[in-house]
Design a protein around this ligand. Structure first.
Ligand code: ZN
Length: 325
């Protein structure tokens, strides 16, 4: 049993860039949201958190672009992809009009960056190019037809063609993240092991996995409805000239308040946009047995304001959930 020490980081000031950049030097980010399955993922709550976490680096200018609901009127939805160096997706929809699909494909093929956060890898199960971009995904009817399962066994990547559904997770608990590509710019300087704040540990993801490098894994605990495998937690994909950073973490504000999540989101977004990472790893980064979360971010959860039930998960473990997303 690991004894967890919770470190709350009270100030965001330590993480601010030492000098402000001219607006024209900022990396232009499109933060895409607008739909999620049912009520599982409150994008209205998580988008402002992601925006704040990116902008506090002093590197990014974030424009939120909200898509119409599925089956709605897309005729006036014309995101100007080429104005942005990176699209951060906090968006899970079943399908898009073909014209929009082509625009995102062209943007990525020509070098536009893409960041996939958590349930964004549930989106678009029947769009082959999107599944190439994200490497692996889950739910929305995905099966062995979507590609093999990808995981690590004895320290090596495995693709497993056995039949079955795609996408599962247990209750939201803290879990250890293991670095698998320490030389990658996103991972340089991160510890080999760190404890993530309570979150869904995604497992049984499937996909083409083409030009994919898994940066980190997390062990899916069979005692928590898990697979007993080391499941991909962060990965990168090369799609044409475009770089994709995909983190399976980030279910809710509690998960997004983890310093490990914040740091890798900030670094992954810079890398997807430019191919480089100029940011330092904060001294408050979690260790192998220490969750480190930002209380200023945690308080952006409306559930926190409504009562103590939303206190950090390790203190109040949540009951197992139905196998939603
Ligand atoms: Zn989720």
């Amino acid at each position: 049993m690991i004894r967890l020490v919770i470190t709350a980081v009270w100030s965001a000031l330590l993480m601010l860039a030492p000098f402000a950049r001219a607006a024209s030097d900022l990396i232009q980010v499109m933060l895409l949201d607008g739909q999620s399955a049912g009520t599982y993922h409150a994008w209205q709550v998580t988008t402002p958190v992601l925006k704040r976490e990116l902008e506090e680096t002093g590197l990014f200018n974030v424009s939120v672009v909200t898509a119409p609901p599925s089956g709605g009127d897309f005729s006036n939805f014309k995101p100007a992809f080429t104005r942005f160096q990176v699209v951060v997706s906090n968006y899970d929809a079943p399908a898009w009009p073909e014209e929009l699909q082509s625009q995102l494909e062209e943007y990525a093929r020509n070098g536009g960056g893409l960041v996939i956060v958590h349930a964004a890898d549930n989106a678009f199960p029947d769009w082959p190019a999107y599944n190439r971009m994200i490497g692996i995904g889950g739910w929305r009817g995905r099966s062995e037809k979507s590609g093999p399962l990808w995981y690590f066994k004895d320290g090596n990547p495995v693709s497993d063609t056995s039949a079955g559904a795609a996408g599962s997770h247990g209750a939201r608990l803290p879990f250890l993240v293991t670095t698998r590509a320490s030389a990658h710019p996103i991972m340089k300087g991160l510890p080999p092991l760190w404890m993530h704040a309570p979150d869904e540990l995604y497992a049984t993801l499937r996909g083409p996995g083409k030009n994919m490098t898994v940066l980190a894994t997390a062990h899916s605990d069979p005692k928590n409805h898990g697979t007993d495998r080391d499941e991909p937690a962060m990965l990168v994909v090369q799609y044409g000239k475009g770089r994709v950073f995909h983190t399976t973490m980030g279910h809710d504000v509690a998960a997004l308040s983890c310093v490990g999540f914040i740091t890798t989101l900030q670094r992954g977004t810079e890398w997807a946009a430019t191919g480089k990472v100029t940011q330092k790893v904060p001294s408050t980064f979690p260790t192998a047995n220490t969750v480190s979360y930002r209380s200023d971010i945690f308080r952006m959860d409306p559930g926190f304001i409504n009562g103590p039930a939303a206190a950090p998960g390790p203190l109040v473990p949540k009951p197992p959930q139905s196998p939603d997303k």
